[in-house]
Ligand binder design. Structure first.
Ligand SMILES: C[S@@+](CC[C@H](N)C(=O)[O-])C[C@H]1O[C@@H](n2cnc3c(N)ncnc32)[C@H](O)[C@@H]1O
Length: 332
């Protein structure tokens, strides 16, 4: 087996699988206000097809898989896919990213079936703002989903917060308080441009600006991370030197991109391999698989997708003009 190397010698060990392009929220920064045209069911990969691609990728060196979407928990039977994937020989971590609207009842079964790492997305601690950004009145459901996740002791539990100037940048400290009081990693994500997502450079709050805000109240102490980690991770100490239960991280795609150590590949819900989040090139596996392609041909197509991966993505303002798909269609 030759590792999944791209043209710049980066080995790919992390696969993000979007299981659906549907979502029960309508976050303005993720999808256009008028919505997207959802794929028909037959256009989506079946669970068997997802398992097949995942098994090929794990044979080629992938050790971590994240299920995402759209909202992965709206795909019926997702817990069965979790169980199947968790049994792949060689896979070390099975993870999921969810908006937690459906989590309160299901956190236990996800853990039992093999999810080790769970990322929950929440951009505000205020109910009215939640409605404003997601266009859905589901804050209470999300909050109880987070409480269930906290009680399940996942190996890793993270809270993703997309920080947008003038919207939620006044909530950075309340989110850090939450990290201080709970065993959770709060990850502040710099706002990224995608098709029709109301992105403007002046809505981006850089991680350096966030750190300045946090250091008014807390001391941050850098934690070492593995080479391909996308976050800059910190332990927290309050004014009395007491260490927080949780940690904070910054995902700095806009102000300090981490392309040189990128180890990620994406599989879209409609079966395309995408080797860079911000580069439009995709290689569709679904149609060839349905036409009877052998594993060797699927592998070759995956390697071809890797050969298209650019060394680094374009600067932020250029990205906002690019013909990429929306975030909800790509899978976050
Ligand atoms: C697209 S969502 C899909 C999974 C799931 N529905 C959820 O809400 O977590 C995955 C992640 O992408 C993040 N995201 C979406 N659009 C983004 C943007 N424009 N900039 C930064 N992060 C974004 C979301 O906040 C979320 O944490």
């Amino acid at each position: 087996m030759t590792a999944l190397l791209d043209g710049f010698n980066r080995a790919h060990t992390y696969l993000r699988i979007s299981v659906t392009d549907r979502c029960n929220l309508r976050c303005a920064y993720c999808m256009p206000a008028e919505g997207i045209v959802y794929r028909e069911k037959k256009e989506l990969l079946t669970f068997e097809e997802i398992e097949r691609v995942a098994a090929i990728m794990v044979r080629l060196g992938v050790t971590k898989i994240r299920l995402t979407g759209g909202e992965p928990m709206v795909r019926r039977g997702i817990e069965n896919l979790v169980k199947k994937l968790s049994r792949l020989d060689g896979l070390k971590t099975l993870a999921m990213t969810t908006n937690a609207t459906l989590l309160s009842e299901q956190a236990g079964i996800l853990k039992e079936n093999g999810i080790k790492a769970l990322n929950i997305s929440l951009d505000t601690l205020k109910k009215e703002r939640f409605l404003q950004v997601t266009r859905r009145d589901q804050f209470d459901q999300v909050w109880s989903g987070i409480q269930s996740a906290l009680s399940q002791n996942f190996d890793e539990l993270k809270l993703n917060v997309v920080v947008m100037a003038g919207f939620n940048d006044d909530e950075i400290l309340p989110f850090v308080d939450f990290a201080f009081q709970n065993r959770i990693n709060v990850r502040f994500i710099e706002f990224m441009p995608f098709k029709d997502n109301e992105w403007k450079i002046d809505k981006v709050v850089t991680y350096k600006e966030m750190i300045e805000t946090i250091e008014k109240q807390y001391k941050l102490s850098a934690l070492s991370a593995d080479q391909s980690a996308v976050g800059k991770d910190f332990a927290l100490f309050d004014g009395n030197g007491k260490k927080g239960l949780g940690t904070v991280s910054f995902i700095t795609s806009m102000s300090d991109s981490f392309c040189s150590t990128c180890n990620r590949l994406r599989l879209t819900a409609d079966g395309s391999v995408k080797s860079c989040l911000f580069y439009p090139a995709e290689v569709n596996l679904r149609d060839r698989m349905r036409a009877g392609a052998e594993d060797a041909e699927v592998e070759e197509m995956i390697r071809y997708s890797l050969s298209l991966k650019p060394e680094a993505h374009a600067p932020a303002e250029e990205l906002s003009q690019s013909e990429n798909r929306t975030m909800i269609e790509i899978g976050g």
